[in-house]
Design a protein around this ligand. Structure first.
Ligand code: FE2
Length: 518
């Protein structure tokens, strides 16, 4: 039975010609594609196309009746849909919040396609997706975006509007797609204790159950700048901590829930993550967990290992936080990736023929001294980073040594960093830390203590505290990472500029910065 609400069609009916003509027969009161559309996890012959029917995004079940509904999809070789190259009908099921994940295959390599959905007499707007080059194909250029950390309360997602206009092969999302915090019209600032007023407010309380997480994704996905970015580019989504719980690892909550309780929360959060991301069935969680690490291959030019640095990690040393180093930092049994993922990564790194090796991951790999003032006498480390897992960190750096072509892409920090990855006094790779889309608010070029951090950490080449994203431009000879920053996120529109570029020459680990003048 379909609910009455579903059958209250808008009146008067307006026929405005294709593609809007379908609205004349709509069973929906409001636009059912209010969360947008997305494409993701491209391969050489296809990609995933995604949508979720949610005519009332913040309502329970997105305003849908709890019954399956057919969704038609089309993929065209042109943006006017004159030549349809693939189409079909799938079912949006209530078990997965009426989301659909169509794995389109059989397409040509390395070219753009356009896709759209139709359901209940309504048609979605169209999106653009791009297949990858054929395996091993000789490629001379790759250009992709690196994004993440998009706290809705901290600011608008205007950076995404700029990202949507970039010419990119794909986008890597390093996580913190949502934040689990409750909504509040005001709060006490974490840093100053003073009154803090969010730029815009989360709906709902702290997230615990499936309905909570679904509503939060729905709220984020109504952001039209985010929708534009998804409609323009295929994403490779990964997750970090805030998709579930601040600083969680494996079965351990970062906020004190008992293990068996946290397991329920994690299962709900991972289900909601799957429901809202354009990922493959292989990454659908089962029985509360799943496999999320995977590889993106771009011809013979680059191979990106998309890592999961949360699901298999051992507990943070020194009881987490920013602390002086304790004994636990040198724990020989500590894990960041877990044995299985680490073996998978080691095999991929040593066996692939790609010109560049890249790790797409979440937490900082450099072991930085975090002291912000000259008079602090004890070194401080971030326990929720590789710095607190020295044994697996050194193992990882050892694997990079000799390859001469490793770039590590990282998120989480809400600041831009460039630095050398050093193993036994030798530079073995470069870490590019991409700032946040909005988390942390407007920011400024440097924050309190930035200069001290540069002084304390000779491996650091660049530090910046503005919002935005990174664009990587890769050729056989050089890997460029451009730091694109916006002037503010407290307003819907903003001005973007290229703050600096990090350049790594192939075979010579270590970045050189260009364009550094403010
Ligand atoms: Fe974040």
């Amino acid at each position: 039975m379909l609910s009455r609400r579903l059958f209250i069609a808008a009146a008067p009916l307006v026929v405005i010609g294709a593609p809007g003509i379908l609205r004349a027969q709509s069973v929906f009161r409001t636009f059912p594609f209010a969360l947008g559309i997305a494409s993701g996890d491209p391969s050489q012959d296809g990609f995933v196309i995604w949508t979720r029917l949610a005519p009332d995004p913040l309502e329970l079940h997105g305003g849908m009746a709890m019954t399956p509904m057919d969704v038609e999809w089309e993929v065209a070789s042109d943006d006017r849909f004159a030549t349809i190259v693939a189409k079909g009908t799938t079912v949006a099921r209530p078990e997965v919040a009426h989301s659909v994940h169509v794995e389109v295959a059989g397409l040509q390599a390395n070219r753009p396609y356009w896709y759209r959905f139709t359901a209940g007499g309504e048609r979605s707007f169209s999106g653009r997706a791009r297949t990858l080059p054929a395996a091993g194909a000789a490629m001379d250029k790759l250009k992709f975006g690196v994004v993440g950390c998009q706290n809705y309360e901290d600011g608008f997602f205007g950076a995404y509007n700029h990202l949507a206009r970039e010419e990119l092969d794909f986008v890597f999302h390093y996580g913190d797609y949502i934040y689990e915090w409750r909504g509040s019209p005001s709060s006490a600032s974490y840093f100053t204790g003073r009154l803090q007023v969010p730029v815009r407010q989360h709906a709902g309380q702290l997230l615990y159950d499936l309905a909570d997480y679904r509503q939060r994704y729905a709220q984020y996905k109504t952001d039209t700048d985010l929708q534009r970015a998804h409609a323009a580019h295929s994403f490779y989504p990964t997750f970090d901590d805030h998709e579930i719980d601040n600083n969680w690892v494996a079965g351990i909550s970062g906020s004190g829930s008992p293990a068996e309780m946290f397991e329920l929360r994690r299962a709900a959060a991972l289900q909601a993550w799957y429901e809202h991301m354009p990922v493959r069935r292989a990454n659908m969680p089962r029985f509360g967990t799943g496999t999320f690490h995977r590889t993106a291959r771009f011809g013979n030019l680059a191979e990106i290992q998309l890592l999961d640095t949360r699901s298999y990690r051992s507990d943070q040393a020194c009881d987490d936080g920013f602390k002086p180093l304790c004994e636990g930092v040198h724990d020989k049994t500590a894990q960041v990736l877990g044995a299985e993922q680490e073996a998978w990564l080691a095999k991929n790194l040593s066996s692939n023929q790609a010109r560049w090796n890249c790790l797409g991951q979440q937490i900082m790999m450099m072991s930085l001294d975090r002291r912000r003032a000259a008079n602090e006498d004890t070194r401080i480390a971030n326990m929720d980073s590789w710095a607190a897992y020295e044994v697996p960190r050194q193992r990882m750096l050892g694997r990079m040594a000799g390859l001469g072509n490793v770039i590590v892409l990282t998120g989480d920090e809400h600041q831009n960093f460039v630095g050398d990855l050093v193993h036994r006094d030798k530079v073995v790779g470069t870490e590019i830390v991409s700032t946040s889309i909005s988390s942390g608010g407007d920011g400024s070029d440097l924050r309190y203590g930035s200069e001290q951090m540069m002084k304390n950490n000779p491996e650091l080449k660049f530090l910046n505290d503005q919002r935005g994203y990174v664009v990587c431009e890769v050729t056989p000879d050089a890997w460029l990472s451009h730091f694109q920053v916006v002037d503010q996120v407290s307003t819907r529109s903003n001005t973007m500029k290229r703050r600096a570029t990090a350049e790594v020459a192939h075979g010579i680990p270590g970045a050189k910065m260009t364009g550094l003048s403010v």
